[in-house]
Write a new protein. Structure first.
Lengths: 315, 242, 311
């Protein structure tokens, strides 16, 4: 996919650089959310879509990333921008012992033990008040007030780096090994692949970039609380569903899925009446996708093309 | 110095003793056949050799190093490759990508891995199929791909588990040629087989087992005529000219 | 998961008697809670054992049942202990349909992401919960059953929450009923056969497609029963479904997949552990106990308690 279709990414890139100048502050905010979600979904996809280790608890790293800056500010009044380093780093560091424990488990048990880990973290951050500030969370004043553009370009850079790293890994030895582990872990071992080591090589960047997104979130939203940043449904599960929708194990699947999700959420948020219908609609879409296009939109692209090309040929 | 030796290997599953005190020594460069009726423990032995699960007792020695407690990937690194009785293709990857996954054991560079993989693919006569997805291959090609993949790890000992099962006569002959080429290139092979034409036509020595125990070991002609073997198998003599 | 509404917890003020009473009260509360955890989990363990799928829609099914009872209570004044007999068949039907037309289709498919089926049940659960939220809003509801809710029975100085007692008793009855059903009836045997070896079961003439649908239906029905038993004692709001699913899952893993005895012992162990934890440590950390047990069991006793008990 490197050689063909480089036109689309270039167009998207130009669009990403130019678009924010042409739209209002509200739409800039939406765009920032899209980019945050693209970053998170791509990071998850590295571990889940490429290495086949489906984690139901990635909000753990998001929350740790966010609280990296949050705690710095809370305890020592240090700017949360330092959290952009501390957050992802300590998320990645914590991922190491976590992975060593949970990678002993396979499939759904791995998935749910990650969920358990995230919930444990959420409960600790909610209840251990002297450490985290408790359920009330951390609030700061925004560096650039209501101005969105500087935030936008920061997260855009983060996203670009994330996508770049994922692509590099995908087309290197690491990528081949990840896919082998995903397709058949036992066969991979018999080919001399130290599977636990390579799962860690997927987990650590995955945790790092998710944490980076979280750290950015802290600085952008200027307010975090455990219930939000360690959230199971809105973050952990959503990361999975966005990747599934777009196509797990592809480079652009998470981009597509994240974009659809954020836009859908906003469209429904503005519809008068029930505010959380977007979750219902998204869940229904995911159900249909799993039943009929289980590898996601980009994963099933051949199948989709065939549906549209056949009628043309008949004419 | 033994190249490869099994010493009193035992493997139990609960109350069932699947492999009972099996011992064998294998010379470098030979093709060693392992035959026995269904369920006699052949694949179990393979699984113990590469530690898919460990032997309960006994020793397995490769190039003077005991490997019975080594992890599977280290065993492969040391130079033992294997194919599986029920093929394990990396389904969504192409043939080339499958074989490259093996080649990466000996290199970190994508280009080098690709070259090594292409060599193995050509060796196994799969060149035209290299860009097909593994899941779309017919069984014979899947088996040859598995052999190519194991070869790409540059083993010095190759364990081939029923590579001829499910193949028609023509495919069996192709496979036999491939295995002979493997031996000629200096790789030692242990072959588990049911297809007598294959194993008797290729092996230097053969061991027959039943119920996890050794019945007889020797040259193919001797084994084919051995009364115990015939008894275990309701005998086939299928010694072809080599 | 919120604590039961009603019932009391005396604090320890020194003295062996008070300490013992405090302990016993926590213990009993834990056992009662455990019984209800058990019936919540028994449906899930059945589904996991037979169909080898992890049903993350379990909690959502419970919430649907609870809202049905709630709606009946609010519109018709129907006591939830009777409403349970309306909710159970309804969820039997819903469960059957879900399995028949949705979940079953995804069993055979091989996808990039290995956990597609689990994710499907997750998405179904989310959808159900959101539908409930749409109809009933996110507000916390209670179903105060006259003469039952908020009442406590006293054994000396030890108080026991009445709705929990009723729940516990009914739960035990249902679990025993299920156990008899699974072991004594033909359908039960077909279910166990399908659980052990679906292909062999097919050869023996078992309609495995029907069996899996019925199993899911029965599992949903039991989840509904457990939910309605909890209704007089808990707050009802859409998101409580997620907490139920997690609890059910922890108990299922703790007790061992596919084992009714396991679900019962797992439920009791979890209930007691949480209750003691809440009393002696801090209430907020109560749920951590479950998760820690979960991870420990997965790592060190993967078959669950049933391997220790021997069933």
């Amino acid at each position: 996919m490197m050689k063909r279709g480089w036109v689309t990414p270039v167009i998207l890139g130009i669009l990403a650089l130019v678009l924010p100048f042409t739209i209002s502050s509200y739409y800039q905010h939406i765009l920032i959310l899209v980019i945050i979600w693209i970053t998170m979904s791509s990071a998850w996809n590295l571990l889940g879509g490429f290495a086949g280790q489906v984690s139901f608890g990635h909000a753990l790293f998001f929350g740790l990333g966010a609280y990296g800056g949050g705690l710095l500010y809370q305890h020592w009044e240090i700017s949360t921008w330092w959290g952009m380093i501390v957050g992802p780093v300590w998320a990645a560091v914590i991922a190491i012992p976590l992975g060593l424990i949970t990678f002993r488990l396979r499939g759904p048990y791995f998935a749910l033990s990650m969920l358990a880990m995230c919930e444990i973290a959420r409960i600790i951050f909610t209840n251990w008040v002297p450490f985290s500030g408790g359920a009330v969370g951390v609030m700061i004043s925004r560096t650039w007030g209501g101005e969105k553009l500087p935030y936008y370009f920061i997260i855009l850079a983060i996203c670009a780096v994330t996508l770049g790293v994922v692509a590099l890994m995908r087309y290197s030895k690491l990528g081949y090994y990840f896919l082998s582990i995903r397709e058949d872990q036992d066969a991979a071992e018999a080919l001399g692949i130290p599977t636990t080591k390579y799962k860690m090589y997927a987990l650590i960047p995955s945790a790092f970039f998710t944490g980076l997104a979280g750290a950015f979130y802290m600085n952008y939203m200027a307010y975090i609380e455990p219930r939000v940043v360690f959230n199971l449904e809105a973050i952990s599960i959503m990361m999975i569903l966005t990747v599934m929708l777009g196509g797990a194990g592809t480079l652009w699947g998470p981009v597509l899925g994240a974009t659809v999700y954020v836009i859908l959420a906003e469209v429904f948020r503005t519809v008068p009446g029930v505010k959380e219908v977007h979750v219902l609609v998204f869940a229904l879409i995911v159900i249909l996708i799993i039943m009929f296009l289980p590898d996601g939109i980009l994963g099933e692209w051949d199948k989709i093309k065939r549906i549209f090309i056949k009628p043309k040929q008949a004419m | 110095m033994n190249y490869f030796a099994l010493k009193n290997v035992v493997r139990r599953f609960g109350g069932l003793v699947a492999v009972s005190n099996i011992s064998a020594t294998i010379e470098e460069g030979e093709i060693f056949g392992l035959i026995g009726p269904n369920g006699s423990g052949k694949t179990t032995i393979f699984n113990c050799i590469n530690n898919y699960y460990p032997a309960n007792s006994g020793e397995i020695i490769f190039k003077s190093v005991p490997i019975e407690r080594m992890s599977t990937h280290k065993i492969c690194e040391m130079g033992i490759g294997r194919t599986f009785q029920v093929v394990k293709p990396l389904k969504r990857l192409t043939v080339l990508e499958n074989v490259m996954s093996g080649a990466f054991l000996r290199t970190n560079k994508v280009r080098v891995a690709r070259d090594k993989a292409m060599k193995a693919i050509d060796f196994c006569q799969l060149t035209e199929r290299k860009d097909l997805r593994a899941k779309d291959l017919p069984i014979a090609d899947k088996k040859r791909m598995e052999v190519a993949r194991a070869l790409a790890t540059e083993p010095s000992l190759l364990l081939l588990d029923e590579t001829a099962a499910g193949l028609n006569l023509k495919e069996i002959e192709t496979m036999m040629e491939v295995v002979k080429k493997i031996r000629d290139s200096g790789i030692t092979c242990i072959i588990v087989e049911h297809v007598m034409k294959f194993i008797m036509g290729i092996s230097d020595r053969v061991m027959c087992i039943n119920f996890g125990q050794e019945i007889a070991t020797g040259k193919p002609e001797e084994i084919a005529a051995h009364p115990e073997v015939i008894k275990a198998y309701l005998g086939e003599e299928y010694v072809t000219d080599r | 998961m919120p604590r039961p509404v009603g019932g009391q917890l005396h604090s320890s003020r020194g003295g062996i008697k008070k300490t013992m009473e405090f302990f016993l009260e926590s213990l009993i509360e834990g056992l009662l809670l455990g019984g209800i955890y058990a019936i919540v989990a028994v449906g899930m363990t059945l589904i996991m054992g037979v169909m080898k799928i992890i049903n993350l829609a379990h909690g959502a099914i419970m919430v649907v049942a609870m809202y049905i009872c709630y709606a009946l209570f609010v519109t018709l004044g129907l006591n939830p202990y009777i409403g349970i007999f309306v909710a159970m068949p309804m969820l039997f039907g819903i469960g059957y349909l879900l399995q028949r037309y949705s979940i079953r289709r995804v069993t055979e498919v091989i996808t990039v992401l290995p956990e597609t089926q689990v994710l499907l049940t997750l998405a179904i659960g989310m959808a159900l919960i959101e539908i409930m939220r749409f109809i009933f809003t996110s507000n916390y509801q209670t179903v105060p059953v006259p003469g039952v809710s908020g009442k406590a029975l006293y054994l000396g100085e030890i108080s026991m929450n009445v709705p929990m007692i009723i729940g516990f008793v009914v739960a035990i009855v249902f679990i025993m009923g299920l156990h008899l059903f699974i072991t004594r009836t033909d359908l039960g045997k077909s279910i166990r056969a399908t659980a052990q070896d679906p292909d062999a079961a097919k050869y023996m003439g078992v309609n495995t497609r029907n069996v899996t649908c019925l199993t899911f239906a029965i599992g949903s029905m039991l989840a509904a029963a457990g939910a309605c038993l909890l209704l007089p004692a808990y707050y009802l709001f859409p998101d409580v479904g997620h907490a139920f699913t997690l609890k059910a899952f922890i108990v299922t893993i703790l007790g061992g997949m596919g084992s009714t005895v396991g679900a019962l012992s797992g439920g009791l162990v979890l209930g007691v552990a949480e209750s003691l934890g809440a009393s002696y440590w801090q209430m907020g950390y109560k749920d951590v106990i479950g998760f820690v047990i979960f991870v420990l069991v997965l790592l060190f006793l993967p078959g669950g308690l049933k391997t220790v008990i021997g069933r």
